[in-house]
Design a protein around this ligand. Sequence first.
Ligand code: DUC
Ligand code: ZN
Ligand code: ZN
Ligand code: ZN
Length: 492
Amino acid sequence: ARFDLIISNGVVITAEDLGQYDIGIKDGKIVKVVAKGSLKGAESKRVIDAQGGYVMPGGVDAHVHLEEPPLFGKGSTADNFETGTRSAVCGGTTTVIAFAPQPKTEDSLLDVLKETHLKAKDNCYSDYSFHLLVGNPSEKALGEFATLREEGISSLKIYMTYEALRLNDSQILDVLLEARKQGITTMVHTENDDIINWMTKQLENRKLFDPKYHATSHPAVAEFEAAYRAICLSEFIDVPILIVHVSSPVAVKHIREAQSRGLPIYAETCPQYLFLTKKDLDKPGFEGAKCICSPPPRDGPEDQEGIWIGLIDGTFTVISSDHCPFRFDDSVNGKKTVLNEEYPNGRFKYIPNGCPGVETRLSLTLNADRLELKRFVELTSTNVAKLYGLHPQKGALVPEVSDADIVIWYPPGEMEEFELDNSMLHHNVDYSPYEGRKFAQWPRFTIIRGEVVWDRDGEGLVGKKGFGKFLKRASSSLAGSRQGGEWDINEF
Ligand code: DUC
Ligand code: ZN
Ligand code: ZN
Ligand code: ZN
């Protein structure tokens, strides 16, 4: 047949364009994007009638934690590469970039990369790549950046907090300088570790252990001080950074100011900062633990609004999930990990930080109806692909160039509204922070390289474990170092 798949009658939305087109797919690639009706009668193995629903490039989620050891409190992440990518495709995400974590105790990044490849290989439903998480920028590790680039890894993540991972400013400078030389984008978790530890001690001294005090122990000032410091370090070395999971409007302001000075400062936020507040942590018993993440959801609607404004005005580059799944019932061999008789509501400092969200990221954000549709695609797919060196293979619908990774939504008003229940999701977690919320949209089909992997009105999950491929990535195609070339100490 001329085509393997035709998607007809869609409202096709990319970061640049919105229009009524038919899409022709062959051998896993987009081959035609043409006026609605033009492919009528063309020979194809399969035709999907989008019936006027939105048709977009598949979601790219560049912030998911899968199969990680205990780094963020007690307990390992609940999803592995199989269950995490299974959840992703059922929520319209076709590519994930997960972390390959190097703990402080590990010297080599290449070892960590190899180990993470073994975890992912033959297990993924979606396409995938890794960011190296640098917990120990030893001389050996820094010397491996060039090889990482050859292996298709063009991004790293570093932490300014967490005992197991945090780097001091001098170590951060080491990483940024080497990242500049190799064309690597560095993601930074910006929270001031000393403020968090000092506040935690103050709270514990007063016997305040309940989940809600997690938010008190991680105040906005811890985030915006560290965000500003990271911007300064990036400006000093002249290298792009992405500030991850921004939750505080003051941090947004610092980022905006840096961008207006022409600095390559990129920013990410996540649904938890748009849809949750610290009230969600203030529930009886241990219930609040379901919404513990770092940074925490902030005080109220004015904080959420500050993030929406940053999304609308262009300050933010991407929306990711920060899917970091832990089970509410965290029993191992019948024994709870965090709860005990002395602390019946747990002790916030041991509760692992993170919420599941890889499957709900796109639907939550689209349902909120706050973003122009092209901007929605840009933030959840196209910019992510550009920032991490996957564009235009991913995040676009360019004929003969882009993989046929597509999400098809219901025609507006046509889906039966439902209340989210965790049983509808495909992760290995026993709750979602968003249970009980109403959804008027959900991905109807998810397609990866021309193969339908999610068919909501048919058999649901139809993708296969192991279908997902590792993606070797190029450098970011967004603006990088302003000077280029070597960093010259004589300039200072
Ligand atoms: N924040 C989380 O909530 N979980 C994982 C790590 C992080 O930075
Ligand atoms: Zn190792
Ligand atoms: Zn983080
Ligand atoms: Zn994270």
